[in-house]
Ligand binder design. Structure first.
Ligand SMILES: [Zn+2]
Ligand SMILES: [Zn+2]
Length: 146
């Protein structure tokens, strides 16, 4: 079961609901190894899917830690949930919908009760709100999804 996070900038309210983790239909068999793998349903990017399935066909293994993760654009800081996976050396590179860069993973970094900050997983610093520049967010609700 996945986790639902509703994140809102504590100053201006920018944010969204994000669906993270893995759902019931996300078995590795179904996503990666089936006769007709459903990977593109969660990736929604044919180039990335084709590259991944080609690697699997040539014997590369999928790491266990796949699932929906929080991503942000390093240029405009808009947030997205996208499907993360790793096959050999390949990790998906999702283009920002605003076409100014490749989305990078961000992780939660607890700031205080009920608030969180987000930092880029590659160590390039903290996320900040695309609208107002603040970097603390309220976690409004939290639930599960399947
Ligand atoms: Zn803000
Ligand atoms: Zn962008």
């Amino acid at each position: 079961m996945g986790e639902m996070h509703e994140l809102r900038c504590s100053d201006c309210g920018y944010g969204n609901k994000f669906y993270l983790g893995i759902g019931m239909l996300y078995s590795s068999e179904r996503l990666f190894y089936d006769d007709r793998p459903s990977l593109n349903e969660v990736v929604q990017n044919k180039e990335i899917t084709d590259e991944a399935l080609k690697l699997i066909q040539t014997g590369s293994k999928v790491d266990d830690g796949y699932g929906k993760r929080l991503y942000a654009c390093p240029n405009d800081f808009y947030l997205f949930d996208r499907f993360y996976f790793k096959i050999g050396d390949m990790e998906p590179e999702y283009p920002c919908p605003y076409r100014d860069g490749i989305l990078k993973r961000v992780d939660f970094s607890k700031a205080g009760p009920g608030t969180t900050e987000l930092k880029f997983v590659d160590g390039t610093g903290f996320w900040k709100c695309p609208r107002c520049g603040n970097n603390s967010m309220n976690e409004l609700s939290f639930g599960n999804w399947d």
